[in-house]
Design a protein around this ligand. Structure first.
Ligand code: ADP
Ligand code: ADP
Ligand code: MG
Length: 491
């Protein structure tokens, strides 16, 4: 949906691919054409390169935008598109290969003079070597999958006797998730901030950054809330990190939109963490603050156009926050929830943006990610952005399945968040405040809404049955009798 919206504005026709489980997904209806590429299992559809190429050829597509999941960081796919004469709207395969493997990325960054998290530059042979190396680096350490992503294949170790076990579990998770059990070690940066820089590069050697996103509100190493600018940042560090981010991108001859992730400690020392060679989920906050449509720029770059702006043309204006809306049960260990969306009322109004693909009556499939939308606000200051986020979370109503909306409301009230003094330990440290039962106004009125609707329906049925009828048997008293109250009821 995100990509097609920009295409529509640019007058570009779109073909959506979908799996059998996504037949009723909104993107299928939004596209000019749609093509089913197989069953629900992503291996047989969204991850099947042959089927996607075949669909592109059948519809004569000039280009493929891979979105931000599945094959978006797959070098084989990017190379295959090129071979077939189809433009891949993403990073060059060579840059993906260099950055996709975290060990190789670390080596490349060290060579380019980019500071990396202290740790090994080689893969670990086995658990014994893991113990030896971890003791040299000094505990605590992170064991990490070289092929890792999405927070998987990462283990934090505090004690010597836990290292071997952690190595084995990280390795088996890495094998099952990425089909690659290569593990390396990084020093654990305590109280770290995850701050990333958006970069944009063209095919003519130009590269700029679009400033930072603060992504330290994480659960199990996965982002939940993001904001831009980062409340931790100073203008000097921002300029320095931005310059390093551009250097990192240039070191791999990057093209298109990409993200350089850094870990930053309380003293604003920063270390390269990894590069995401694609558009990211949290890209809208950058778009709101910098005033650039990143998807349009991706398309222009892939089309061979030079960047429309230089670094000095770009600046940050105001403040943006994004909340990830997920179909999950915050009270039951964030178990993904599925089912039919009964009611959906998305927030509207000044400074509000909802990027989503769901609608009333839509059944969330069990097969994919539980994220069903992103809620983004923009306001002139951070304080106003938080107030606005509270307001739009109040307006957001989804019934029929469990979502994390009330959990997000609680985050907006935690003092450490409000003050902008938090790091990646935020959720663990504020677990008591985030798990306490708190019925927000929105939830209270949700209960009332349902009661009103139920009694209103009874009332209508009753009224219709007992009212005088028109000659063609339509009840005529309904609206008159009920008068002004009709406007407050949603049916
Ligand atoms: P992924 O590819 O899964 O996104 P990352 O390397 O980006 O993996 O790490 C994900 C998250 O894990 C980071 O945002 C950070 O919160 C935490 N993390 C990773 N490495 C370290 C480290 N060396 N020290 C402290 N935290 C880390
Ligand atoms: P109000 O108290 O808000 O003025 P009305 O009784 O005038 O309410 O109804 C509002 C609107 O509903 C009017 O435009 C009217 O044409 C329409 N309306 C009223 N009764 C009916 C009916 N039985 N069927 C269809 N429309 C009706
Ligand atoms: Mg990451």
């Amino acid at each position: 949906m995100r990509v097609m919206r920009s295409c529509k504005e640019m007058g570009i026709k779109t073909v959506a691919v979908y799996s059998e489980a996504d037949r009723t997904s909104k993107h299928v209806f939004y596209a000019d054409e749609a093509c089913c590429i197989g069953p629900a299992a992503s291996r047989e559809s969204y991850l099947c390169i042959d089927k996607i190429i075949e669909a592109a050829k059948r519809f004569n597509a000039d280009a493929i935008h891979p979105g931000y999941g599945f094959l978006s960081e797959n070098a084989e796919f990017a190379a295959r598109c090129k071979k077939e004469g189809i433009i891949f709207i993403g990073a060059p395969a060579e840059a993906m290969i260099k950055m996709g493997d975290k060990i190789m990325a670390r080596q490349t960054m060290i060579a380019a003079g980019v500071p990396v998290v202290p740790g090994t530059q080689e893969a670990l042979k086995d658990a014994d070597e893991a113990v030896k190396v971890a003791m040299q680096i000094g505990l605590p350490v992170m064991l990490k999958a070289s092929a890792g992503g999405g927070g998987k294949g990462i283990r934090l170790v505090w004690k010597k006797e836990e290292i071997a076990d952690a190595f084995n579990t990280a390795q088996s998770e890495a094998i099952s998730s990425f089909n690659d059990g290569t593990i390396y070690i990084e020093k654990f940066i305590e109280t770290p901030h995850h701050i990333e820089f958006q970069v944009l590069a063209d095919q003519h050697g130009n590269c700029v950054h679009l400033f930072e996103r603060e992504c330290s509100i994480q659960r199990r190493n996965q982002k939940v809330v993001e904001e831009s600018p980062s409340p931790l940042m100073t203008p000097e560090v921002r300029a320095k990190m931005g310059e390093i981010a551009v250097r990192a991108a240039k070191a791999v001859k990057y093209e298109g939109a990409g993200t350089i992730e850094f870990l930053v400690d309380d003293h604003l020392n920063f270390y390269f963490l990894e590069m995401n060679t694609r558009l990211q989920v949290e890209h809208p906050i950058t778009e709101e603050v910098v005033g650039v449509d990143l998807v349009k720029e991706q398309i222009n770059v892939a089309n061979g156009l030079p960047l429309r702006f230089k670094q000095e043309d770009l600046s940050q204006r105001g403040h943006a926050i994004e909340c990830r809306i997920c179909a999950e049960d915050a009270e039951n260990n964030f178990m993904p929830d599925t089912g039919v969306i009964k009611q959906l009322q998305e927030p509207l109004g000044i400074g509000t943006r909802v990027d989503s693909f769901v609608y009333e009556g839509y059944e969330i499939p069990v097969h994919y990610d539980p994220m069903i939308g992103k809620l983004i606000v923009w306001a002139v200051t951070r304080e106003f952005a938080i107030e606005r986020m509270r307001r739009v979370l109040y307006e957001y109503r989804i019934t029929g399945l469990k979502t994390n909306i009330s959990y997000l409301r609680k985050i907006m009230d935690v003092p450490a968040f409000v003050e902008g003094k938090y790091n990646t330990k935020f959720i663990a440290e504020n677990n008591d405040k985030l798990s306490e039962e708190k019925l927000y106004e929105a939830e209270k009125s949700e209960v009332e809404d349902i009661a009103i609707i139920a009694s209103y329906m009874d009332y209508i049925v009753n009224l219709e049955e007992n009212s005088p009828k028109t000659s063609d048997n339509r009840p005529i008293s309904r609206w008159r009798e009920f008068g002004k109250r009709t406007s407050m009821v949603r049916i």
